[in-house]
Design a protein around this ligand. Sequence first.
Ligand code: RBF
Length: 334
Amino acid sequence: MKKIILFTTIFAAILSMGFAKAKKTDKTSIAVFVPGIIDDSPVYNMLVQGVKAAVEEKNQNLSKKEKVNLFIMEAGTNQAEWGAKITALCAEQKYDVIISSNPSLPDLVEPILKSFPKQKFILMDATKEGNPNIHTICYNQYEQSYLTGYIGGLMSKSNKLALIAAQEYPVMNNIILPYFEKGAKAANADSTVDFRIVGNWYDATKGAEIADAVAKKGVDVILPICGGASQGVITSAVNNGIYVTWFDDNGFAKAPGTIISSSVMKQKEMSYNVTKEFIEGNTPWGTAEMVGIKEGFVDFVQDDPNYIKAVPADIREKMKNLLDDIRSGKTEIK
Ligand code: RBF
């Protein structure tokens, strides 16, 4: 009798080891949720590129059966649909993690997690601490916005700048706009910033109309943060002979001579890092990180030939000094 129990136990143990092994070699599945349109928005473009790069790299060494599965959902600009689309992804119960990027996502995701308590989310450009299903990383947009305002203030001849945003949201109202203004005033105390809203993240015609309107009032430097509508702002700036400060990625090639700066976030590199970290099982769940200039994830492009052509040497020198001081810790933007 004892022998039978022993054999059964050993048999059960071997069986469970087998199952455990089968489960472990199960394919990893990753979904990327794009809250907007990939092509119109540097933040989303970089997100997709970074995740893809990490998955492709991992898959090089895996057999067909083991390859990491990647699904990209482009949710579009109708924000009313995002919740239902995320819920649908969770309901499939096949994605080990959903990776996305947007400051509005923690509030959208938390109620959904009540129905899907096993689902994990990695959210970039967002902040949420203490939820064990969520890891967030945001960029130091105090620095990113201040640098942008600083060059705008140095380059403006009328002392009139504008920020054309797609919509109002907490990061826009509490960080991007005030620190753009702060930077502009630090460069030139007489600077003013006109704040305008497009109303969506895609309408280039409306973007151009607003840019034309502020140009008429004497504005000569515009920061567009409005997705696809930014293209309209650039077209208007070219026509009106005024400047554009670019945000998120390197935008110099979009309109050489008109684009005077690119304050970038290294979202492609960060998306690659967090995806790799997840695949390796090292995601620090429940934590919120902020990375900036010192960490190498916010930067101001200084070596682009179009920057060197568009911006006089004395202003480039001032930008370099500011950047060096932030990097060394001599200046803190807060
Ligand atoms: N940025 C984009 O470039 N494209 C978008 O479609 C877009 N949609 C957004 C929707 C919401 C609800 C919020 C809060 C932000 C959105 N952003 C978008 C802005 C983005 O998160 C970030 O603040 C800016 O790109 C500046 O770094």
